[in-house]
Design a protein around this ligand. Structure first.
Ligand code: NAP
Length: 424
């Protein structure tokens, strides 16, 4: 019976859904040996380091990932970096197929004056910092100002704004990194302005996220009724379902009673960022309004949440922040799935059908299987996190959370993660 060897690079949702799709393609006459390579000592990608900690339900998909990971023929190789510990050339030579599932991790830039001032950061730094990503353990955002501006009208902007505008005690029963809870507790920020360059009818927020906002118990959520009314008018008689649902959720927000709480999240629309100004650090953001006027918002922190780009991997062709591909095919025996393929769009579940489509192509391309590959002998590090090491880390984090009513307390540094895995 042919057994194809597939290396999946990246242990995020796209990688696991690709593995699951391959497992689903197995028959009595065909099987896959799947080696998943991940540069961090922990798997789950954005489910661990992207999803907002106050939205724990979204993280339950990790149960699916663990089911995939514990099925026969699957091996995790965590703490192994492509390009450092193993090369793409070796993977190509030893495996029947290589699937790139490395996502897109770098925040896009606005490209306007003042963007590099201190106090100007990207959601691509802030989000992994509050989620305990090892690479951002020392990233210390300064939250000692009264007003923060978040630029972008997508779900990431909304996550970031909510994290800044929440009463920090609401994070006590979440898996927010402890270092972030400490900093957020001391934060002086009381007003967070989310700024969209287009109208509410074009916002990229999704309606379940909008409908959650009125549930915030300690934060005023301010949308101006006239903005939403104008958006409804511009949307016309028969807007698409998603637009209609979004505008309805926004209309409900705009009717909320205001001013009860110390913290406020305010939405502004039709404001294009023009410049960040300040003496050595951000003091104000200058916008151009839809009628060409200048609007200035005084603030000490600005976070851009305007999308992501993929960091190029050596030996893989990239174009416009994505892996160059045709329906997921990259080149001879190389495939790509997830954000690295499509760009940063869609929710976690979007990756399931997307990965399944690419894995069908992969199977169609298979010919004679290569001889078995022994990945361990090809890797240059001996600190490899296997599935059982990861299970030790996972169990230790969950146990550390239990006395505090948290789902887990995340270990943040690589050293600590390796120690919990039994490797240090
Ligand atoms: P996104 O949904 O694509 O939103 C990006 C936003 O940035 C858009 O509003 C866009 O406005 C704006 N933007 C882009 N370039 C800009 C510029 N130069 N100046 C001003 N604004 C600019 O991206 P995202 O928020 O990073 O989210 C990525 C994906 O993850 C999305 O599919 C999202 O739904 C998903 N996600 C889901 C959840 C959840 O389900 N809870 C949470 C987080 C993320 P224009 O439309 O005008 O270009």
């Amino acid at each position: 019976m042919p057994q194809y060897k597939v290396a999946i690079v990246g242990a995020g949702p796209a990688g696991y859904f690709a593995a699951q799709a391959l497992q689903n393609l197995q028959t009595d006459h065909l099987s896959f040996a799947i080696d998943m390579i991940e540069r961090l000592p922990t798997p789950w990608g954005l489910v661990r380091s992207g999803v907002a900690p106050d939205h724990p339900k979204i993280k339950t998909v990790s149960k699916v990932f663990e089911k995939v990971a514990t099925a026969e023929g699957f091996s995790l190789y965590g703490n192994v970096e492509l390009g450092t510990d193993i090369s793409i050339e070796v993977l190509k030579a030893k495996y029947d197929a290589v699937v790139i599932a490395t996502g897109s991790a770098t925040g896009k830039k606005l490209g306007i004056p003042g963007e590099d001032l201190s106090g100007s950061i990207s959601a691509a730094q802030f989000v992994p910092w509050y989620n305990g990503h090892p690479d951002f353990a020392d990233f210390n955002p300064e939250l000692n100002c009264e007003t923060a501006v978040v630029i972008g009208a997508g779900n990431v902007a909304m996550d970031v704004a909510r994290m800044l505008a929440l009463e920090p005690a609401e994070l006590d029963e979440t898996d927010t990194a402890l270092h972030a809870i400490d900093v957020l507790r001391k934060s002086n920020i009381r007003k967070v302005v989310i700024s969209a360059r287009r109208g509410p009818e074009h916002a990229a927020f999704t309606s379940p996220e909008l409908r959650d906002l009125p549930k915030l118990e300690h934060t005023n959520v301010l949308m101006h009724p006239e903005d939403i009314a104008a958006g409804l008018e511009r949307a016309g008689e028969e807007p698409e379902k998603e637009v209609r649902n979004n505008l309805e959720a926004m209309r409900l927000i705009s009717e909320l009673e205001q001013g009860k709480h110390a913290r406020t999240m305010e939405f502004q629309f039709l404001c294009t960022p023009k410049e960040f100004r300040g003496n050595g650090k951000v003091e104000e953001v200058v916008f151009t309004t839809s009628v060409g006027e200048e609007k200035v918002v005084k603030c000490g922190l600005v976070i851009t949440a305007i999308g992501y780009e993929a960091d190029p991997l050596a030996g893989i062709p990239y174009e416009k922040g994505k892996v160059l591909n045709s329906d997921g095919r990259v080149g001879e025996n190389i495939y790509v799935v997830g954000w690295a393929k499509r760009g940063p769009s869609g929710v976690i579940g979007t990756n399931k059908s997307d990965a399944a489509d690419v894995m069908n192509l992969l199977l169609a391309d298979m010919t004679e299987p290569k001889p078995a590959a022994e990945l361990t002998s090809l890797i240059t590090t001996n600190k490899v996190i296997s599935q059982s090491h990861w299970q030790s880390i996972n169990a230790a984090e969950i146990a550390a959370g239990e006395p505090h009513g948290k789902p887990r307390v995340k270990a943040v540094t690589r050293e600590e993660l390796l120690r919990l895995g039994g490797l240090n």
